[in-house]
Structure formats: structure tokens, C-alpha cells
Ligand binder design. Structure first.
Ligand code: ZN
Length: 153
């Protein structure tokens, strides 16, 4: 019970004071994802880090429910200036956690573990995943060349 309350505080805090919200002017890829069942929307931009172009800078603007907005803020904390591999690991783990296939792993998700309660509400899972799916989409586009060679492995 106490843990649930703590998780709710974390989500509320990200919702009230979102991290990294606001679109960067320059970007390599931009996506717009919507979750029509709830009315959540996000525009997310990814820019290859000029110092290390395998790392991706994230910016976004969004609107929608508290879960979708908190989730985007958490994503910024976890994935800003990270590689595609790190991000994909986080996205895969978030999906598995929300399907209750994996236990929350704070090393991978940071504050994202606070979203574990959403797994009780299947209709809200898409709210929690929206930003992460948008990130993955944008990251793959921004790294287009590298990803297209994956089929050769
Ligand atoms: Zn929502």
C-alpha cells in the first residue's frame, strides 16, 4: 500500500513538473503519435548527439492524461542522450512489466517502475507506452542507415 502511494506521488510529480518538455529546434527525426482511446498526443523529436552520434537527444511536446504525460517526462530522464540499444531495452522492459511478464527493474526504467500499477488497467497501458513507442519510432528513423544494415546480421 505504501509503495503504491509512493509510485502515485512519483507519477503526479512528473505530471506536474515534466522534465524536458518543449521541442528542440533542430532534429533528425520527428514523429507524432496519438492514443485515440484516451486522447493522448505526443510530438517527439530526436537529434543525434553532435559529440557521439550513436546517442540521441530527445525533445517532445504532448497533451493528454496524467499517465501519458508523466510517462513522457520519465522517458526523458531515462533515454535523453542514450543509444538505441539502451532505449530499446527500456521499452521492451516497460512492455513486459505492463504485461506483468517481468518484475520492475529500476536500473532499466528509473522512475518508470512507478508505472507498474498501470498494468491493472489494460485500457491505460497505451497511455503509459505512447511516448516510448514514439521514441522508438523516431530513434530508428534518426539512425536510419545503421538500422537498415541490421538485416545483414
Ligand atoms: Zn491517457
Amino acid at each position: 500500500m505504501q509503495l503504491e502511494q509512493m509510485y502515485q506521488e512519483i507519477i503526479l510529480d512528473h505530471y506536474k513538473r515534466p522534465h524536458g518538455k518543449g521541442l528542440a529546434e533542430s532534429f533528425n527525426a520527428e514523429v507524432h503519435h496519438v492514443n485515440p482511446t484516451c486522447g493522448d498526443e505526443i510530438t517527439l523529436r530526436v537529434t543525434r548527439d553532435p559529440v557521439d552520434d550513436q546517442k540521441l537527444l530527445v525533445s517532445y511536446d504532448n497533451q493528454g492524461c496524467s499517465i501519458s504525460q508523466a510517462s513522457a517526462s520519465i522517458l526523458f530522464d531515462q533515454l535523453n542522450d542514450q543509444t538505441l540499444a539502451t532505449g530499446e531495452q527500456a521499452v521492451d522492459h516497460l512492455v513486459a512489466m505492463l504485461q506483468r511478464v517481468e518484475e520492475p527493474n529500476e536500473d532499466v526504467l528509473g522512475d518508470g517502475i512507478a508505472l507498474v500499477g498501470v498494468s491493472q488497467y489494460p485500457a491505460r497501458v497505451k497511455c503509459a507506452l505512447l511516448a516510448w513507442m514514439a521514441w522508438k519510432d523516431a530513434a530508428i528513423q534518426a539512425l536510419g542507415q545503421e538500422v537498415s544494415t541490421e538485416g545483414e546480421k
